[in-house]
Design a protein around this ligand. Structure first.
Ligand code: PNS
Length: 172
């Protein structure tokens, strides 16, 4: 069966969504007719946010924008290559922040293509202003009480503040 034209899946853990992700989603929405932000349900053993919370946060952030009308958000589980086939997408959209990420990302792209030859991976290079942001670093900074303003959308700043565990109390 022929794949739908120009539908891209933008997969990730999104625990939580960052301004780097938003940059990639917005630019993907300009390149493709339709983009599905696909949130991996079992991203980590102990994610800060459940899949439902991550999906809801991304939807809330994108609802405030005028340039993401062709973007939808949903959770997925299992192999990305299977999900891409199920959705009849032709492309997987990933960001490439650093050269050190390239090896892992290229390997993943090759495996996805092996599992589903219809599945092409398109890499976008983030804007320099957001290229140092990662969900892992955001959680580290938030956990230790640092400011993540300007690095994640306002709704995510609020969600992180509500979730933050105190790091100052050292048990003896
Ligand atoms: O935001 P992340 O954690 O970098 O996203 C990684 C993700 C979700 C794209 C990747 O872990 C994935 O596709 N997981 C689904 C399971 C799968 O297909 N694994 C084989 C990948 S080659």
């Amino acid at each position: 069966m022929r794949a739908s034209p120009r539908l891209a899946v933008c997969p990730g853990s999104f625990d939580p969504l960052t301004n780097g992700h938003v940059d990639m989603i917005v630019r993907g929405a300009r390149l493709f007719e339709q983009v599905i932000v696909a949130v991996l349900a079992n991203a980590e053993k102990q994610p800060w946010f459940t899949a439902e919370e991550r999906v809801a946060l991304i939807r809330e952030v994108l609802a405030d924008r005028t340039d993401t009308a062709n973007v939808s958000v949903e959770a997925f589980d299992g192999l990305l290559a299977d999900y891409v086939r199920h959705r009849r997408a032709t492309a997987v959209l990933r960001g490439l922040r650093t050269t050190s990420e390239f090896a892992d990302e290229a390997q993943m792209a090759m495996m996805n293509h092996h599992l589903n030859p219809q599945c092409e991976t398109v890499f976008l290079v983030p804007l320099p202003g957001v290229s140092f942001i990662s969900s892992r670093l955001i959680k580290d900074v938030a956990r230790m009480g640092g400011s993540v303003e300007g690095l994640v959308p306002a709704a995510v700043v609020r969600a992180l503040a509500a979730r933050r565990r105190p790091s100052h109390a050292v048990s003896t």
